[in-house]
Each structure stands twice: as structure tokens, then as C-alpha cells.
Ligand binder design. Structure first.
Ligand code: GLY
Ligand code: MN
Ligand code: MN
Length: 439
């Protein structure tokens, strides 16, 4: 049994009284004859491993023969010459292990038949207006027919409430892919560190990093790389990456590859000229200590919010030591005064999506407890804006350090530990290999 079949088995159990419709992504036009790069919908990929556009997976646990049905594009010689090979209906069942495959052309006719007898339609409304229209029309047809004979779904529910519970715990295969992705991301960051020197442009470092991802087989970046020199690092989602690197400043790089559909998410901050100034070092050490304190809280059974709280406490203490905050630690935390310098959360789930699915709070609105197989980022930072009311010496400094943590039975595994972050390591690597290949 493949991983995908095993996942479909668990999904079928979750959709027990109904029928689930999970559409693939479609292509998206960029301009004239050019599309944006296609990337499959993560839920659809999780259940099929199939990366063609315009398909629909139907899971019908109550059906006697067709519990797993795929609608997909027909083969078309003329179109395949332009846009690539298609699996096609005839080969789909054997290739993907589904019970039955149909042409996408038959979707509108067959959906009402598959809906018949189900109590709940599991379909995520609001994703794609055209697919919503087709599914709702099919539901209306099924309900109309049910007036005379049989039954049709009376309720519509969110399949994510089943699928995302499955996706939040990673299997051994998923963890193996994440480890491979993390290794490539480390190579990219090391290449970026080695290439860095004053006078280069941010995009040159971006290119050195992303070259390593692609050279190692990554299909794409997991998100747009942030390569932020100097005070660009204080803009949290900076990604224009067009400025020149200035001697005596820091470079914040938040960049990671996506490999075989699994995302990594890593941030490192290093000095453009290979030497931290006193102020940069002071801020960096606080963030590094905050990250260590947070990572220590990544343990099974701990609440998810515990690692954010640990990071906030260490950052607040550090900012008080530097006199960037005043008063007591508890008062600064209670009144959230640290948010002038640390205004984002400390982590998010990671997996097929960089901000992966999974709840942060349970039904009682309490922080969820960490469980083995969950993967989270841990990414504290300090950002001192030029226009803040701060000590001049620290203005323009932005530091974030981000790793990807797997919760294990006994604690955690830092999947991205191979990306250097100690000050001594950074100072020896940065600028050491301008143009040289990574061994
Ligand atoms: N790179 C996106 C994030 O750190 O959340
Ligand atoms: Mn992140
Ligand atoms: Mn990031």
C-alpha cells in the first residue's frame, strides 16, 4: 500500500457518513500565453501525489465499489505537444491506486449520482468560485432527485476538519523528505554566507542561495526569499531584494527550499563584512538565547504557546539589560511593551505549506499541546526601526533566527541545525568563498 492509499484510508474513515470532494489546483494565467508556475493544492497532493492541474478527488466511504474516484483531464495529443504529457483516464486507476477514474468532462453528470445516499457533503466552499458553482449545482440536482427516491446530503461540512487533523502529524516518509529539504536549505544559506561581501546587491546573495536549492533538486523556494541588508531587515516581509549591501551592517536572510512538496523555513542573520559590531552582537546574542530558551520548550505535552512565552521573556530581559526597555520584566510582558521590538509570533506549523495547516487553539480556546510528529518553526527576532524612539546606536538593526523543529517522543529534533548560527561560525564563513562552489 502506498502512503497515499494509507492516507486515503484514514480520510475515508473521517468522512464516514458522507462524500468528500477535493479539487486539484488549476493553472493561473500570468499574462497572454504565460501561466504562473503550477503548484498542486496541498490537500489534494496529500491524498493523491498527483500533480496535474484540473482534477477532482472524490471519497465516497459508503459506495459499494467506488470509494476513491478521480476525475482528471483526458489525454489530448494537440495540447500535450504544447503543455506536457498527461496521465489520462485509462492509466489513472492503475497508476494512482484509485478505484475508478473518469474524465473531468463527466464531473457535472456524475457528481449528483455519487452524492446520492450520503448525509454530509464534505467540500470546502469559497476556494474557487467556478468549482463552488459546479458542486452546489450537483448538490441541488441530487436533492431534487431525492424528493422522489433515495437521499441526498443535507449538510455541507469542511473536509479540512478531517484532513488537517491528519496533516498536522507527519509520517516517517514526510519527516524523511523534510530532512532532505533541510539539508538543501543549509547548503543554500552556507552558499549565501560565503558569497556575502560589502558592495554586492541583495539579489546576488539571493541567487547564490537559490542556485544551491535548484542544484540539489528542489523544485522551488518554499516562499519568496527575504534577503534584507541593513535596516531592510526591520521590514518583516521585505522581499524586493534590490539594494546594495553596506559595510558595517547586518544581512537578514529568510529563505528555504520546497522539495518534493515539503517546505522548510529558515532565517539567519550575519554581518555583511563578516564581523559583528558591538551593538549587533548584543542584539544577536539576545535573539540566539531567546531561540534556545524557546527550543527547550518544544517537548511533547507542552502547550504550543510555551515556546513563544519563553522567547518573549528572554527578549524582554535582554532589551531591559540594554536599556531599550525600562521597568520590570513582568510589567513589560504584561503590557506587551516588548512588541515595539518583537511584534510577531515565535512559530507556526510547517509541512506541505510553509504556514502549514493545524490548529493553535483547541475547542476550549486553550493552546494545543505538542505531540510527536508535529513540526513547528521557532523564530524569535528583534527589530529596531530607524524611526523608533530608541538609542541611536541600535537603530536599523534587525535580527531573526529561525529553525524547524520536529516534536519527538522524547523532546525534539532540530531539522535545520546544519545551518550555522553561532557567532564564531558565522564570522568564519561569511565572505570566505565568493564564487566558490560548496563541496
Ligand atoms: N518565511 C515565512 C515565515 O517565517 O513565517
Ligand atoms: Mn516562519
Ligand atoms: Mn521564515
Amino acid at each position: 500500500m502506498t502512503d497515499y492509499q494509507e492516507r486515503r484510508g484514514r480520510a475515508l474513515a473521517g468522512f464516514l457518513d458522507g462524500v468528500a470532494v477535493i479539487p486539484a489546483s488549476s493553472t493561473c494565467a500570468r499574462n497572454s500565453d504565460t501561466d504562473y508556475e503550477f503548484r498542486q493544492n496541498s490537500d489534494f497532493f496529500y491524498l493523491t501525489g498527483f500533480d496535474e492541474p484540473d482534477a477532482v478527488l472524490l471519497l465516497a466511504p459508503g459506495h459499494t465499489e467506488h470509494r476513491v474516484v478521480l476525475f482528471l483531464r483526458d489525454r489530448n495529443r494537440a495540447e500535450e505537444i504544447w503543455t506536457g504529457r498527461r496521465l489520462g483516464v485509462e492509466r489513472a486507476a492503475a497508476h494512482l491506486g484509485v478505484d475508478c477514474a473518469h474524465s473531468l468532462e463527466e464531473l457535472d453528470t456524475l457528481l449528483p449520482e455519487y452524492f446520492s445516499g450520503a448525509h454530509t457533503l464534505w467540500y470546502e466552499l469559497g476556494g474557487d468560485a467556478e468549482m463552488d458553482r459546479r458542486v452546489v449545482n450537483a448538490l441541488a440536482t441530487a436533492r431534487y432527485k431525492a424528493r422522489r427516491r433515495g437521499t441526498a446530503p443535507g449538510a455541507i461540512a469542511q473536509p479540512s476538519s478531517v484532513l488537517h487533523r491528519l496533516r498536522e502529524i507527519k509520517s516517517a516518509e514526510e519527516i524523511a523528505t523534510l530532512r532532505r529539504a533541510a539539508a538543501l536549505t543549509a547548503r543554500g544559506h552556507i552558499a549565501g554566507m560565503r558569497a556575502t561581501r560589502p558592495g554586492l546587491f541583495e539579489y546576488e546573495i539571493e541567487a547564490a542561495i537559490e542556485y544551491e536549492y535548484r542544484r540539489g533538486g528542489a523544485q522551488r523556494e518554499a516562499y519568496e526569499s527575504i534577503v534584507a541588508g541593513g535596516d531592510n531587515a526591520t521590514v518583516l516581509h521585505y522581499s524586493t531584494n534590490r539594494q546594495r549591501l553596506i559595510d558595517g551592517t547586518l544581512l537578514l536572510v529568510d529563505s528555504a527550499c520546497e522539495l518534493d512538496y515539503y517546505a522548510t523555513d529558515v532565517t539567519r542573520t550575519w554581518p555583511v563584512n563578516g564581523r559583528f559590531t558591538g551593538e549587533e552582537r548584543a542584539i544577536y546574542e539576545i535573539v540566539l538565547a531567546a531561540q534556545a530558551a524557546a527550543i527547550a520548550q518544544v517537548q511533547p505535552g507542552k502547550p504550543q504557546k510555551a515556546f513563544h512565552q519563553a522567547a518573549v521573556r528572554t527578549i524582554t530581559e535582554g532589551l531591559l539589560d540594554l536599556k531599550l526597555l525600562e521597568g520590570s520584566v513582568d510589567e513589560n510582558i504584561e503590557r506587551e511593551l516588548y512588541r515595539d521590538y518583537y511584534m510577531h509570533g515565535t512559530g507556526h506549523w510547517l509541512g506541505l505549506d510553509v504556514h502549514d495547516v493545524g490548529n493553535y487553539r483547541d475547542v476550549q480556546d486553550e493552546s494545543v499541546l505538542l505531540r510527536p510528529g508535529m513540526v513547528t518553526t521557532v523564530e524569535p527576532g528583534i527589530y529596531i526601526h530607524r524611526d523608533s524612539e530608541s538609542d541611536e546606536r541600535f537603530k536599523g538593526i534587525g535580527v531573526r533566527i529561525e529553525d524547524d523543529l520536529l516534536v519527538t517522543e522524547s523532546g525534539h529534533e532540530n531539522l535545520t541545525a546544519a545551518t550555522p548560527k553561532k557567532i564564531s561560525e558565522l564570522e568564519s564563513i561569511v565572505g570566505s568563498g565568493v564564487g566558490a562552489a560548496i563541496p
